[in-house]
Design a protein around this ligand. Structure first.
Ligand code: PGA
Length: 249
């Protein structure tokens, strides 16, 4: 199903200090005049509150990059969904491949985090994607479908959420799947979402992520079932991110 308003999400990962707020300000100012896309910036946790204050009332929302499954407790170094919401976030990225790989997050843990995010009033963006080995073995669709089935908790169809398809081999590499490959996996993700949650989830946006750049954004965003983009490296500078936002309008 074609989404009329595309969702463009910037994932700053572990990049950004106080001075980087200038980029957020520039993005906010440019978005104010452009319209057309729903824009979210996900800075490191240390910047969430200040960025949310800075962007308050503008056309750019703020999100976290991860949260703990519990609302509070003895979990040194962790941040809960409630804390993100309290800091001004309205969205949270969950199950990013860097969390799944570097921190060993399982589908069940991601599903628990999604439940925590929903309980805190945050909109989760749930990431799935195959490795290069899995794609070369012909398993991309099966892997991604399994991740969708395991990472989306019961009851999610009543809520606002998004899924992001991010092939691991395309993240930060400059490589992207062909538009046919993107369309094929997005169609499979849609089938998996509806199989897991029912028809009520048919309109949840499916974002594409992995080396989205100003040069390829327009074609990717025009591909069937692509409801937006999750952008890493190209979201750090307003000069790179704005053409991607404009490509979605
Ligand atoms: P990239 O990262 O755009 O730098 O490839 C995307 C992501 O990891 O969300």
């Amino acid at each position: 199903m074609k989404q009329s308003v595309k969702m463009i999400v910037g994932n700053w990962k572990m990049n950004g200090v106080s001075a980087s707020l200038e980029q957020a300000q520039a993005i906010r100012d440019a978005v104010a005049g452009s319209g057309g896309a729903r824009v979210v910036l996900c800075p490191p946790a240390t910047l969430v509150a200040r960025m949310a204050d800075l962007l308050d009332g503008g056309g750019v929302a703020v999100g976290g990059q991860d949260c703990h499954a519990k609302p509070s407790g003895a979990f040194t170094g962790s941040i809960s969904a409630e804390m993100l919401a309290d800091a001004g976030a309205t969205v949270v990225i969950l199950g990013h491949s860097e969390r799944r790989t570097a921190f060993g997050e399982t589908d069940a843990e991601v599903a628990a985090k999604v439940e925590a995010a929903i309980a805190a009033g945050l909109e989760p963006i749930i990431c799935v994607g195959e490795t290069l080995e899995q794609r070369q073995a012909g398993d991309a669709i099966a892997v991604v479908s399994d991740q969708v089935a395991g990472s989306l908790p019961d009851g999610l169809s009543e809520r606002v959420f998004a899924v992001a398809y991010e092939p691991v081999w395309a993240i930060g590499t400059g490589l992207t799947p062909t538009l046919e490959q993107i369309a094929e996996v997005h169609a499979a993700v849609r089938v998996a979402i509806v199989a897991r949650l029912g028809e009520g989830a048919r309109t949840a946006p499916i974002l594409y992520g992995g080396s989205v750049k100003p040069e390829n954004a327009r074609d990717i965003l025009a591909t069937a079932e692509v409801g937006g983009a999750l952008v890493g490296g190209a979201s750090l500078k307003a000069a790179d991110f704005m053409p991607i936002i404009q490509a979605a309008a």
